[in-house]
Write a protein of this length. Structure first.
Length: 201
């Protein structure tokens, strides 16, 4: 199963820049300001991709999706996950849009809320989240770690094979760390555009 993973495309999802594969995964922040038109257009681009499976979650910039459900199911060939587990060809995949609270964006949790939310996660092979775990590919341009303590704790409790995320643009990359393979697939940072990450599962 060849998986193509990206995140934080911010209105820049482009069919010609997505490699071929079996499964396309977007880890949130399709849009910049989270309007209906922004998100709908980006989903139409995603829907046109040739990949057999196309999975996506929301991110903190996708503001409308925290209050509006229509776009989550508008495109029948897209799979939207919001604290949900699916199984595709024997692979259990869980998607979660949340990240630690910062200003007035969408899908953000205070620490007490994180503990409750992540306590409900089931066992999975692949975790897709928007936010990063603390101290793993989560440093911003000032070198400050911006990930979640509670998400990290839950990941090491459940030990999925892969954890895909984005949110912290400067953390782009892949690292094997004490069990799971962690992938920050942020497409955009402040200096360049990053390519989607390819995983042969």
């Amino acid at each position: 199963m060849r998986m193509i993973i990206t995140s934080d495309t911010h209105n820049g999802l482009c069919k010609n820049k997505i490699p071929e594969g079996d499964m396309f995964i977007h880890c949130g922040d399709l849009s910049i300001t989270g309007t209906y038109n922004e998100i709908d257009y980006q989903l139409s681009v995603m829907s046109s991709l040739p990949h057999k499976y196309k999975i996506w979650i929301a991110g903190n910039h996708d503001i409308l999706l925290e209050k509006e459900d229509e776009l989550k199911t508008k495109y029948e060939n897209l799979i939207y996950l919001e604290d949900e587990l699916i199984e595709i060809e024997g692979i259990k995949i869980f998607g979660s849009p949340w990240s630690p609270f910062f200003n007035n964006w969408a899908f953000m949790l205070e620490m007490e809320e994180e503990i409750e939310k992540y306590s409900e996660m089931p066992k999975m092979d692949i975790l897709i989240s928007h936010g990063a775990p603390i101290n793993i590919l989560d440093k911003n341009k000032d070198g400050v770690s911006c990930g979640s303590y509670d998400l990290r704790e839950k990941v090491f409790e459940l030990m999925p094979k892969y954890h895909f995320f984005g949110h912290i643009h400067e953390g782009y990359g892949m690292i094997y760390h004490l069990g799971p393979v962690f992938v920050n697939a942020s497409a955009l940072n402040y200096f360049k555009e990053n390519k989607p990450i390819v995983i042969d599962y």
